[in-house]
Design a protein around this ligand. Structure first.
Ligand code: FES
Length: 105
């Protein structure tokens, strides 16, 4: 079961989440308040944004055009941002670390 670390402003939360669920689901199931996920995973709100470092971004993959468009509506979009609802966890993502923006509403 992959282990994922969520970095918030002053909190580091390490969770275990089953492969096959989205990173957004892993966040909301574990009380990561910064992942708001207002649209429930429909790739239409951008309040589930996370930032990856360059290595993890390369491993997880770039967003498709629709996701990229939504990212640009989000708070503090970066080159290595993803919408967590669009990342399906795999065993290969064990050790993933993501940064959660301070405020996504
Ligand atoms: Fe709305 Fe991810 S939950 S875009």
């Amino acid at each position: 079961m992959p282990t994922v670390t969520f970095l918030e402003a002053d909190t580091r939360t390490v969770v275990q989440a089953p492969a096959g669920i989205s990173l957004m689901e892993a966040a909301t199931r574990n009380g990561i308040a910064g992942v708001v996920a207002a649209c429930g995973g429909g790739c239409s709100c951008a309040t589930c944004m996370v930032h990856l470092d360059a290595d993890w971004f390369a491993r997880v993959g770039a967003p498709d055009d629709n996701e990229q468009m939504m990212i640009e509506f989000g708070v503090d979009p970066r080159e290595t941002s993803r919408l967590s609802c669009q990342i399906v966890l795999t065993e290969e993502m064990d050790g993933l670390v993501v940064e959660v923006p301070d405020n996504q509403v």
